[in-house]
Design a protein around this ligand. Sequence first.
Ligand code: HEM
Length: 153
Amino acid sequence: MRHTALYQPLAALFISLPLLVAAPASHAQANPDASALYQALGNQAGIGLIVDDLIVLVLADARIKDSFKETNIKRLSQLLKEQFCVLSGGPCKYTGDDMKLVHDKLGITASQFNALAEDLQIAMDKHQIPTSTQNKLIAKLAPMKRDIVTPKM
Ligand code: HEM
């Protein structure tokens, strides 16, 4: 009896092992669009180029550049790449701080938020990202507005 008690879970494990191995493929089939946006943006390399251009545009944009005077741009660039990768369904991890915490004391206005979104669209245009793909990334970023923009008193 003691043996059966031990063998049963073991047998169950061996029976389910092939199912577990097959799981990633069937999951991908069930949800083929999970990383479609990530791919449409050109995967990690494409996102890297877009963010590099975004940073150049932001730092030249009179509407927002002053906010970044004391910012570690290398860190910002790395974290934006991670964040866009995660948001678009790519195989990344965001290792930065919470958006509300980071932007809380910066006094960012809604127009400044929109200015950055505009710069992002320009950067994506430069890399021939289709408008429909651009809109999908912007739509993923839009809900962050409430954490980034400082409410008016
Ligand atoms: C969709 C819009 C935005 C996204 C996704 C975003 C994302 C980020 C990320 C990932 C970081 C790095 C967090 C960290 O260091 O752990 C960051 C930092 C920062 N962001 Fe934003 N941001 C957005 C809008 C803005 C806007 C509109 C401004 C100002 C005009 C701004 C100003 C800053 C500044 C100054 C920092 C550096 C803060 C510090 O080093 O203490 N951000 N942002």
